[in-house]
Design a protein around this ligand. Structure first.
Ligand SMILES: NC(=O)C1=CN([C@@H]2O[C@H](COP(=O)(O)OP(=O)(O)OC[C@H]3O[C@@H](n4cnc5c(N)ncnc54)[C@H](O)[C@@H]3O)[C@@H](O)[C@H]2O)C=CC1
Ligand SMILES: O=C(CO)COP(=O)(O)O
Length: 309
């Protein structure tokens, strides 16, 4: 998408030499985006220093649990005026830190943006229409980043609610796992709709408790991404949940960030005094404390209460 803007060259860093070589020679990423032609002007490299030299916007797309490990490289090689844009959707499971907290600890005073919202990589790579949120704690910096990253098919809305955008992106993954379980276990589309709606109540409550604003949580990076990932088998979190619900072997499945976020999100909910039964049930299902049927039963057996209030 960035390439489509024209102008500044786009460099792509990856540590897997084979994939990088394929992108360079065949202009295709056979491992992650097979069959999708990539623009030949993208310059792939396995040398982080080369990729970062002279860069003024750096998009970090490593999984959430890997970000802290990359921070040392960044501290060494990142140009002083480069803006970091965090794209991973997760919470560090050991510490409870959001992505922006990890960067703030490793690179204090650095301008940080967060890009999140409903956007499957393969849709973006194909140039299909996509709308996302780009947040920075400084609203004008967010506006500038949104202008910089938008293309005709990749529309970025600016926000100054960094935490709200991060919280929505991390929590929707946990709920997408639950939605996948519902479908995988054959509980039906009505149960799926109920799960997503009640899941959104949890996303909103917990997202607000963690510092996000309600209108952000109702926007693209919260509700929008929740709708996408809770309804499409293209979502790896949904697909993981569906495989779990069907009782299939989970080894070999693609990265599902919610697997790493569930327990820490449940802990943060507990610490904030927030009721989050779906998030807690997903955490216990993943840790093996509950079976799929016990998890479903537990959610159904919750005491009756008013829908709102
Ligand atoms: N794939 C998608 O459609 C979308 C993914 N995201 C988010 O982006 C993040 C990454 O997801 P994917 O790219 O799909 O995961 P992935 O598992 O497909 O790819 C992650 C890549 O990062 C590499 N990596 C891990 N640690 C690294 C390190 N320290 N240095 C260099 N490379 C490293 C891995 O080798 C792998 O190639 C996740 O947080 C995900 O939630 C967000 C929106 C869409
Ligand atoms: O975040 C995503 C789309 O917005 C991708 O979702 P999955 O990680 O579940 O595939």
């Amino acid at each position: 998408a960035l390439h489509a803007r024209g102008g500044a060259p786009v460099r792509l860093f990856g540590r897997d030499a084979e994939t990088i070589a394929a992108i360079e020679t065949r202009h295709e990423n056979p491992r992650y985006l097979p069959g999708i032609p990539l623009p030949p002007s993208i310059r792939p490299t396995t040398d982080a220093g080369e990729a970062l030299a002279g860069a003024n916007v750096v998009l970090l797309v490593v999984p959430a649990q890997s970000l802290a490990g990359l921070a040392a490289t960044l501290a060494e090689a990142l140009p002083a005026d480069a803006t970091l844009v965090l794209c991973a959707k997760g919470i560090e499971r050991r510490t409870g830190r959001f992505m922006s907290d990890i960067v703030a600890d490793a690179l204090p005073d650095r301008l940080v943006g967060v890009l999140s919202g409903p956007s499957f990589a393969s849709d973006v790579a194909r140039g299909l229409p996509t709308a996302v949120t780009v947040a920075a704690s400084d609203g004008e910096a967010a506006d500038a980043l949104a202008r910089r990253l938008s293309t005709e098919s990749f529309r970025c809305y600016a926000s100054d609610d960094l935490r709200g955008v991060e919280a929505g992106g991390a929590l929707k993954n946990v709920l997408a796992l639950a939605a996948g379980v519902v479908i995988g276990r054959g509980l039906g589309a009505s149960a799926q709709a109920a799960l997503v709606t009640r899941g959104f109540v949890e996303l909103r409550r917990l997202g607000e408790a963690l510092g996000g604003r309600p209108e952000t949580l109702m926007g693209l990076s919260g509700l929008g991404d929740l709708i996408l990932t809770c309804s499409s088998p293209q979502s790896r979190n949904f697909a993981y949940g569906a495989a779990l619900g069907r009782g299939e072997d989970l080894s070999g499945l693609k990265l599902a960030e919610g697997v790493f976020t569930a327990a820490i999100a449940a802990r943060l909910a507990g610490e904030s005094g927030i009721e989050a039964p779906i998030v807690e049930t997903v955490a216990e299902l993943l840790s093996g404390e509950l079976s799929v049927d016990e998890a479903a039963q537990r959610l159904l057996m919750r005491p009756l209460k008013r829908e709102v209030g």
